[in-house]
Design a protein around this ligand. Structure first.
Ligand code: ZN
Ligand code: ZN
Length: 219
């Protein structure tokens, strides 16, 4: 039988669960996968292979509590150790990592980027969907510019910050932006506010029943 851990996202889900203290609701884990359908299927497989237990509660609505087993914990601990080794290159300072929603985000700046970050100004005028911040960059000797950093799904369907100036999820503007509490809050609020269509991947308002892009029924 194929082991569920070979599957895409399985490690991310187990690791996330471990970092959340071993117990979580489905909604806490969905950002580790491509979406609800993928998560639901994966959880069944992880359970069948003995890495997690799933219990069902009816509290007004049906909720599922996911709990890591001893077997799952032992494996997740190994993943965590491997991740720590991989994420600590010699030139990265200890403070170069922050934790948001159980995920580690790399925010390390090079000395030059740190020097330039003095000339970045973040404007926290949120738009209606509260999905971006505006950045004013006025680095001496360079043309000054204004651009936005958006909350956007990356290629794995995970919400990240995306800089329109660099078309990047990890340019130094993004790494610097992550360190602002207002930005972290925007990210958390935005993730809780949108429904991602399982068919086409587009983002819909919380209350939408059907996808505005493709018309598919939203979960
Ligand atoms: Zn940038
Ligand atoms: Zn859609």
């Amino acid at each position: 039988m194929e082991d569920s851990l070979d599957r895409r996202y399985a490690k991310a889900v187990l690791l996330n669960l471990y970092k959340l203290g071993g117990t979580a609701k489905k909604v806490d884990l969905v950002s580790s996968t491509s979406g609800w359908n993928a998560l639901t299927q994966l959880l069944v497989e992880l359970k069948n292979d003995g890495y997690i237990d799933i219990s069902e509660h009816i509290l007004g609505r049906r909720t599922y509590e996911i709990k890591i087993t001893d077997k799952g914990r032992a494996v997740a601990r190994k993943f965590k150790e491997a991740e720590e080794v991989a994420e600590s290159p010699a030139d990265q300072e200890a403070e170069g990592v922050i934790h948001i929603d159980g995920e580690e985000i790399n925010v390390a700046l090079t000395p030059e980027e740190r020097e330039n970050s003095k000339y970045l100004k973040f404007l926290f005028h949120f738009n209606v969907m509260d999905n971006h911040i505006t950045v004013e960059e006025a680095v001496p000797g360079k043309r000054s510019r204004i651009f936005n950093i958006y909350v956007k799904q990356n290629g794995h369907g995970i919400f990240r910050l995306w800089c329109e100036a660099d078309d990047s999820y990890q340019c130094w503007h993004v790494r610097e932006a992550w360190t602002y509490p207002q930005v972290q809050k925007m990210m958390t609020q935005y993730k809780g506010k949108v429904k991602v269509c399982q068919v086409c991947g587009s983002e819909n308002p919380e209350r939408a029943k059907f996808c505005m892009e493709c018309g598919a029924k939203l979960e």
